[in-house]
Design a protein around this ligand. Structure first.
Ligand code: CMX
Length: 441
């Protein structure tokens, strides 16, 4: 643990000094311009954040510290006999900015194993909830219960110096990431498997152990989890879960508070909950059409029905991307390799052929292509993980890697409280009439 912490701090000090110099010299440089529509429409394309861990290009898709998903699959350390990247390696890359060696990734696996103990009151809190509670709600409440363990909160209360914030955030982030699979698996086994819990396997990697504790020992599922936990981890800084974690963290709310806030955003159907909505929508389509393998014509008919009812087609569209999501493609490759004949997976591919031209024909959808959520559920269903209300929890466990690595960077770089300016509509109208300026505090 000491090694990765020291490396991170050394990098942080270098970048911190660079930013100081850069702002001294260039702090007044204008970067882009803000148009009126952007402040009414979700600040699309408005640059306003610095995020180290990954960068999203509308055409090229996500790059983690410059590496595309296929590059990560090639370059990151793997589990013995496996071919998918270990998420531990990706976390190291996002945090330290360098590809880890196999030993460094394995070291992280054992650090997280050592730190994975979840206190009993967290399980008791979960047990106090009605079993019908949505898994994401159970997950967030459990993390709030775990906040009793926050080193940052304790040290802050004792009077921690500003220069030490980063270390407490780092320690909390490591503890939290280490504990999430146990909590998530507990919720899964409680809700869907009669409360028959499975003890962790100390010999497995983080993602493999997560699958194991959920009850899946098949090596293909462990590989899927390694891929899944890697590709869902980060998507630049402006998406709802990353931005929320960053924003809440900027108030010096500890990592438990900040990450659970981000998860509440992930639980929205336009963001992470879309992964459950996709499978729900496919099942409803199968039911409506009375077939498990609908033809392209039948899918077209059902997509049109969905749109005519004033609903969105889940899993399609994106606020930034303007092409098929590379995370969709990575899952498609996994499907081609491991389960090419699965009827549900074939339906997902058929939907992929059918939906984009229909969305394009509406003339208003900026991105008619599939996003990450369009594919993930079908792979999980194949291996028996059919409980689709749980899917966003899987996304959330993975997302911890990116947003908590970013939170460590926020504190080591000493980023201040985030506080953008807002305006009222009345003020905008006055400004357009030349009656009032809207700039200022
Ligand atoms: N189906 C139907 N209509 C869609 C659509 C879809 N999949 N995607 C966009 N549109 C519509 C929008 O609802 C909007 O309609 P109105 O002008 O009538 O309000 C119009 O097209 C323009 O939207 P946009 O600029 O293309 O998209 P946004 O940046 O506003 O929103 C997103 C992006 C993802 C919320 C949207 O594409 C969507 O609702 N998709 C379905 C839900 C989904 O898959 N979300 C998961 C995203 C990935 C993730 O975060 O996990």
């Amino acid at each position: 643990m000491g090694v990765i912490k020291d490396r991170f701090k050394a990098k942080g000090d270098i970048i911190s000094a660079e930013i100081k110099e850069l702002l001294k010299e260039h702090g007044n440089k204008v970067i882009g311009e803000v148009q009126l529509y952007q402040i009414y429409q979700g600040m699309r394309g408005m640059t306003g954040l610095v995020t180290e861990t990954s960068l999203l290009d509308a055409q090229d898709g996500i790059r983690f510290r410059g590496y595309s998903i296929p590059e990560l699959q090639e370059k990151l350390p793997k589990a013995p006999g496996g071919s998918e990247p270990l998420p531990e390696g990706l976390f190291y890359l996002m945090l330290v900015g360098e590809l880890p060696t196999e030993d460094e990734a394995n070291h992280l696996s054992s650090v997280w194993q050592r730190r994975s103990h979840v206190p009993n009151h967290v399980f008791a809190t979960i047990e106090a909830l009605p079993i019908s509670t949505h898994p994401m709600t159970q997950f967030v409440i459990a993390i709030m219960a775990l906040q009793t363990e926050s080193a940052f909160a304790k040290k802050y209360a004792e009077g921690m110096a500003k220069k030490d914030y980063w270390e407490a955030v780092f320690d909390d982030s490591m503890d939290l990431i280490a504990r999430l699979p146990r909590i998530a698996a507990y919720i899964y086994r409680r809700k869907y498997k009669g409360g028959q819990h499975i003890q962790p396997n100390g010999l497995l990697d983080w993602a493999g152990n997560f699958a194991h504790m959920m009850g899946y020992s098949n090596e293909d599922v462990h590989e899927l989890f390694r891929l899944y936990m890697t590709i869902h981890s980060d998507h630049e800084g402006g998406n709802v879960s990353a931005h929320t974690t960053h924003l809440v963290g900027s108030a010096l709310s500890d990592p438990y508070l900040a990450y659970s806030a981000g998860l509440n955003g992930l639980a929205g159907p336009l963001h992470g909950l879309a992964n459950q909505e996709v499978i729900k929508w496919i099942y409803e389509m199968q039911e409506h059409l009375q077939t498990n393998l609908p033809s392209s014509e039948q899918i077209k008919e059902y997509v049109e029905k969905t749109l005519n009812e004033g609903k969105v087609v889940p899993g399609y569209g994106h606020a930034v991307l303007r092409k098929t999501d590379p995370r969709f493609e990575a899952q498609m490759e996994f499907g081609k390799k491991h389960l090419p004949d699965d009827p549900l997976v074939q339906t997902i591919w058929n939907v992929y052929e059918t939906v984009p031209p229909i969305l394009q024909s509406l003339g208003k959808v900026k991105n008619p292509w599939p996003n990450v959520d369009a594919h993930s559920g079908a792979l999980l269903v194949h291996y028996g993980i059919v409980e689709y209300e749980f899917y966003t929890v899987l996304f959330g466990v993975s997302r911890s890697l990116g947003v908590l690595a970013s939170l460590c960077w926020d504190r080591v770089l000493n980023f201040p409280l985030e506080r953008p300016k807002s305006v009222s509509h009345r003020q905008v109208k006055k400004w357009l009439n030349g009656e009032e300026e809207i700039w200022g505090d």
